[in-house]
Ligand binder design. Sequence first.
Ligand code: BG6
Length: 487
Amino acid sequence: MSFRQSIPNEITPFNLVIFGGDGDLSKRKIIPAVFHRFADKQIKVDFTIRCISRSLSDEKAFKKMLKEFIQLDLKDKDNDKVIDDFLKRVGLMTIGKNDTESYSELKADLDKTEEYQNVYYFSVPSGAFSEICNTLKDSKLINAKSKVVLEKPLGHDLKSSRAINDIISAAFKEEQIFRIDHYLGKETVQNLMVLRFANHLFERAWNAENIKDIQITVAESLGVEKRAGYYDNTGALLDMMQNHLLQLLCLIAMEPPSSLNPDAIRNEKVKVLQSLRLFDKESIKKNVVRGQYTRGANDGQKLNSYLEDIKQYNSETETFVAIKAHIDNWRWKNTPIYLRTGKRMKRRYSDIVINFKELPHNIFPESKHPLQNKLIIRLQPEERIELVQLSKIPGPGGYRFKPIALKLDFIDSFQDRMPGAYERLIIDVIRGNQTLFMRHDELEAAWIWIESITKYMKKETPLSLYESGTWGPGDEILDENTKWQTK
Ligand code: BG6
């Protein structure tokens, strides 16, 4: 898409084909997301959803289960007619590995609506992408209107990510490839761009001259739940840091793009990733901490250790990682960027904290608080922006101070239901708008930085054990006079 082309906005008839259609992500997120857009009448065109499963074949039982998942998230449970209407468009197909015969059946089926666009959603581990992509190609299921959606993590290192990309790119053009990161579909994450680029107030001060440090935290209270197999081969660095946290960092640190055009934005994001300082054998020791949860308790509930959860007692997989990063460019010279994510933390929350520098001169020497502002962008569970500033406590006899937060709660300002991240992203795929999806070079740049960590992390940093239900380790990498914002 050229820089001056307008962003596509039209929703045209589609067939959505979900590989891994009976998986957790499909049942909990992808299908309910399409349902919401349908129920809200944003999708007014004809469409079908085909869920591809390797083993399930009972369509009736499958749809019953889907209905329950859709209802989970509905306030008004009395939605039977709309759900049934929606489910009429959903089908289940069993397709085994390299099962070319079933692919031919799929083709015959999709050819009935030849004028529709076919969107292939790969909601399966990336190890299966190449086989599915090649079989789609050999079965002549890919045409100029087709699109493919790829779930993360794409590979497990730069080499495997490149190999997958080569196969996908041999079948689809870059404008047909949608590498999804659901964090980019969250309303509050999209609002980061508006906060930065539609307001005069912050952008002027958004640089190393005025900002002391930036902290990005994605804390989860849950453990690995039922994903032991996947998680133990992945760990927090690849599951969360390589994608979600780096994407948040890009939006916070990028230069203003010249327009909302997808490539204008992605060009700026890739520059941030390419400017991340790489780690080496020495620097990793002081700047990276990895941890794994042990037994503990939260809200009076006893919690197992990671090893008990995955039923393997020799795993060194990290469930927590904290990194002090640097972006070597003009805007962020020497500004520490602390990134932290972990499972089984005390509470679930994600936020971005911008700690401004102290004022150059203090005319209130009696203040016990540093003269320093803080901008807190809370992404979840409640969506809120807080600007912390010092205020005078009313009363005679000199100045007494208290940090007060100016708060903007989204829930107060926008009463409507917040659409889920997948709703926005799936509609963008159908429209062909790639703004919120990762381009190939972005992914490469992210892998290069991550590989500078994976290369040394296991050897050079000890695995810190932390109790479930606590905030975990990570203080070791903080500069003097810096604390994690934990609330
Ligand atoms: C997924 C990770 O991408 O994001 C999970 O694989 C993690 O491990 C999840 O729990 C967190 O997403 P959210 O939207 O609940 O913050």
